[in-house]
Design a protein around this ligand. Sequence first.
Ligand code: SF4
Length: 374
Amino acid sequence: MQVNWREITHARNSFAALYAACEGEGFRLRPVKAPESDVTCYSLNSLNAPHLRAEIASAPCTTIVGGPHATACPLETVAYADYVVVGEGEWTLPRLLHALEAGEAGEIPGVASRKEGLRPPDHTVYLPAYPPFTHFKGYLEISRGCPFGCAYCQTPRIFGHRMRHRPVDEIARAATAFRDARFVTPNALAYGSDGVHLRLDKVEKLFQALHKNRIYFGTFPSEVRPECISEEALDLITTYCANRRLHFGAQSGSDRVLKALRRGHTVEDVEQALDLCRDHDLLPVVDFIVGLPCDEDEDEVATLSLIREVARNGKPHVHRFIPLPGTPMARTEPRPLLLETQQALGQLALAGRITGSWDDPERRFFRNHSDVLS
Ligand code: SF4
């Protein structure tokens, strides 16, 4: 049975991980630019899903769809796909492929189909059992799951609230494929911990094991949380790592909004993190979300003020709120920005002081339409 993988921008890391998992079960996923026989797999997020829906519906082959959008909306997705893999795919996708090959894809945990409906997953993936990649390289995924429950975020809804970590020696083995080591994790400084009580001793062991690599830690795609930024953490980063930037999320300049979002930190935590970055000569790159439905005028003004403060010595990264399916904010609407905010963000952007897209959410991910599908 030939199994294909539809090449999709922003799903390359999923492809690398699932290629490795399926290869171990005797299936080599072949990258394709259009669906082909016998089976074609897709990974959809909420921005590319509308662009690929018609292609999947008319595909001349069996289609399997996973990813954050399919996980959040399995029954909507299975209306146009043959099978939906819900949640993590390393175990479920090969199990489904074996069943299809045997002609008996009946009720499989973690799979939705039009005939069988949705069977909930029966496991979480044990990370040490799967390499992060084999033939097709991806980032080094060091941790999964997040104990926080930010109301706009899909991560804990897909991977659960309990952090799981890949062992140091396996990360070091995978890192031999690169000179630069870059990581995937919901919070890099939480490596080895439960996500709340940090284990910086384990972070240091990871750094020591990667002594042959140039380490980029706490930069895209492995940001950190602001309250995790401490003297000790930054001493470790500046001692062992090559990055001179640190990327973390502030999201709002209003404590009322941070509480409503269930962020689990305060504006003061963000300000302390900014001071610590300055003391350690690290450029702070700080995420903000504007247009939040829970913003009142004064919250938006407070966020703009914090954006200006960050812009003095760092880089604010500003994005418009997107109501993602599967999250508590899925059915909310972005709030229109105050004229004053639009003008101020525009001026900061023209001066090269901020990046991001606070106008059109799709621009956050795609340079142009063809990027969605390439
Ligand atoms: S935004 Fe970050 S900290 Fe919050 S739930 Fe998502 S991954 Fe966790």
